[in-house]
Structure formats: C-alpha cells, structure tokens
Design a protein around this ligand. Structure first.
Ligand code: NDP
Length: 241
C-alpha cells in the first residue's frame, strides 16, 4: 500500500514542489496550508493532491488536522515540516510580535506537527521526518534574528529527535536551502537580488524548488534509513559547513 506523506505549507513554493515530487514518487500526499485558499484550490485542481487548512502554529489545530488526514488517507509515514514565514527587521526595530510570529510558525510549528505523529510512527516502527530549515539558520542573517533563531532551533530539534527515533525506525533530517526562486525570494527587490544576492552564490543562480524536492524524496525513501540527524545544505555553494 502506498505510504502517506504530509507536507506543511505544501501548496505553494518549495512545499508545492515537494508535494508534487512525493506524489510522483508514489506517495499519497496531503498538503497543508494556512490561509491562501485560492492558491490551495488551484494547486489541488492542477495536481489532484488533497489540501488541508490549519495553522502549524496552533497545537490543537495540528492534532485535529492530523486526525482528519489519517482518517481520510491512512497513517502518516512521512512528515515534511516545510511551512515557514519571514517577518524581517533589523533587531533594534524588531517588535515582540515579529519575533513571536516567526518562532511560533517556524520552530514551535515543527514541534506541533511532529509531536502528535510521533507515537504512531514509534508504534509502527517506521517514520521519516524532514525539516526544512535554512542557510540562515546555519550562518545567521542580519535583519532576520527571529528567522535565524527559529531555523537554528530546527537543526537542534532534528539532531535530538534523531537520537530518540533511531531505534524505532524513525529518521529525522534537515535540509538547509539557500536562496530558492519562490515568491518569498522573488519579493526581494530585483536590483538587490541581481547585484547583492546572486553574486554571493558560487553557482551563479537561484536554486529551483524542485532541487529541494528531490532532496526530500531521497531522505523520505527507505534507502535513506542510515541517514538520520543530518543537515543537508542545498545552497549553490554559498555557505559551506
Ligand atoms: P512560500 O512563502 O512560497 O510558501 C509558504 C507556505 O507555507 C505556504 O503554503 C503557506 O500557506 C504555508 N504557511 C505559512 N504559514 C503557515 C502556517 N502557520 N501553517 C501552515 N502553513 C503555513 O515559502 P517558500 O516556499 O519560499 O519556503 C518554504 C520553506 O523553505 C520555509 O520554511 C522557508 O523558511 C524555507 N526556506 C526558503 C528559502 C527560499 O529561498 N525560498 C530559503 C531557505 C529556506 P498559504 O499558502 O496558506 O499562505
């Protein structure tokens, strides 16, 4: 029977590419999103992938959403924690609200989604969790103290949970994309993008969402069972750890 994969923020950008790639790889995919109904509907019409609306920042909503997905599609074997937001500001101008929204979605959201699924994966002795962190969680980025903190937190979470899941057949890994050509990045002023960002990327271009999706498909596969607690950098050589 086909395995079920749940992708948060799976209807747009990198998440949409991940949802499609997992479907193409034979998974039954559930794509979660937060509020953009038009994008979700268009994505579902185009791909035939079922979409589910709730905020990963709300624990109770995650529990209820996961219950619905599992009732409709079956137990979730693969969780991709991809949903993420930015609320950029230099630190002296950053508001507590900007800090909280980013931590609640990008870090606590990963707890909120993983925790309700953990016992089932342990009982079934199989699970694949892939957390989409960021190059800016590895190196830090001015103007993104909130985002860098959350994404670095995701890496610590990944390493700790990998140790807890190892004997239960659950792998937990993180991918750190560099600049990928999604709406989040295309929203950056074109001059800044061309003159200040792309020159920093040794391969000389933005990444494509599909390039991240292919990393997810590999880490989700049975073949990747010996890889856990790892951080896969996919950044065109921009930051080497
Ligand atoms: P987009 O802004 O294009 O898409 C974000 C997706 O996340 C949307 O589907 C959105 O739903 C969903 N989302 C946002 N908040 C929530 C929430 N509270 N609950 C559920 N879903 C939510 O982002 P990207 O594709 O660019 O980024 C995807 C991930 O990759 C993020 O974690 C980001 O931090 C990370 N990343 C991106 C990079 C890039 O260059 N683009 C670089 C490094 C990391 P809706 O459509 O309803 O708004």
């Amino acid at each position: 029977m086909a395995k079920v994969a749940l992708v948060t923020g799976g209807t747009r950008g990198i998440g949409a590419a991940i949802s499609k790639a997992l479907k193409d790889a034979g998974y039954v995919v559930a794509a979660n999103y937060a509020g953009n109904d038009d994008a979700a509907r268009a994505f579902s019409d185009e791909t035939g992938i079922k979409v589910y609306k709730w905020s990963v920042a709300d624990y109770d909503a995650c529990e209820a959403g996961i219950r619905t997905v599992e009732a409709e599609l079956g137990p979730v074997s693969v969780l991709v924690n991809n949903a993420g937001i930015t609320r950029d500001a230099m630190f002296h101008k950053m508001t507590p609200q900007q800090w909280k929204e980013v931590i609640d979605t990008n870090l606590t959201g990963v707890f909120n989604m993983t925790h309700p699924l953990w016992s089932g994966m342990r009982d079934r002795k199989f699970g694949r969790i892939v957390n989409i962190s960021s190059i800016n969680g590895q190196k830090g980025q001015a103007g993104q103290a909130n985002y860098s903190a959350a994404k670095a937190g995701d890496l610590g979470f990944t390493k700790a949970l990998a140790q807890e899941g190892a004997r239960a057949g659950i792998t937990v890994n993180a991918i750190c994309p560099g600049y990928i050509g999604t709406e989040m990045v295309r929203a950056i002023d074109e001059k800044v993008l061309n003159e200040r960002i792309i020159p920093l990327i040794p391969v000389g271009r933005l990444g494509e969402p599909e390039e991240i999706a292919r990393c997810v498909v590999f880490l989700a596969s049975e073949d990747a069972g010996f890889i856990t607690g790892s951080t896969l950098s996919a950044n065109g050589g921009q930051f080497v750890v």
